[in-house]
Ligand binder design. Structure first.
Ligand SMILES: [Zn+2]
Length: 137
């Protein structure tokens, strides 16, 4: 049984829209929710403005975490896009992964992508794909 991550349908649409609106560079954002269900996305700016890397600036990251706490939400995931490559964690994604207990969503804006939204657990250099369960809550 693969581990699963539960997410509202609207959040999946929001991540796809964000990735397609910045189709030449990686987009990124944070994901939060309650009871293990992702109910809100927090789009962020990729300060690297790169097609192959992303980083949320600390001065943006900390206010986002504060907003989550104020709304009573748990940090459940993070997302970014791979504009030109397969939406699977890159070596640097694995190396730099800082959230062992959150889901890493990777979005492909490519129309031909067989699976444009995928999610992974990245822990101690080990990647495991998560099953995405769409919920309507
Ligand atoms: Zn990546």
């Amino acid at each position: 049984m693969p581990q699963e991550i539960r997410v509202r349908a609207r959040i999946v649409e929001e991540m796809l829209r964000h990735a397609r609106s910045e189709s030449r560079m990686e987009c990124c954002g944070l994901l939060a929710g309650v009871d293990g269900v992702i109910t809100k996305s927090f789009p962020a700016k990729n300060v690297l403005a790169s097609p192959t890397a992303y980083e949320v600036a600390p001065q943006e990251l900390f206010p986002l975490f504060r907003q989550m706490r104020e709304k009573g939400l748990d940090h459940l995931g993070i997302y970014h896009s791979h504009p030109a490559t397969e939406n699977f964690p890159s070596p640097s994604d694995v190396e730099l992964a800082a959230y062992p207990y959150q889901a890493y969503f990777i979005i492909s804006p490519l129309a031909a992508a067989p699976n444009p939204v995928r999610a992974f657990s990245i822990r101690d250099g080990h990647v495991e794909e998560l099953e995405i369960v769409i919920v309507n809550v």
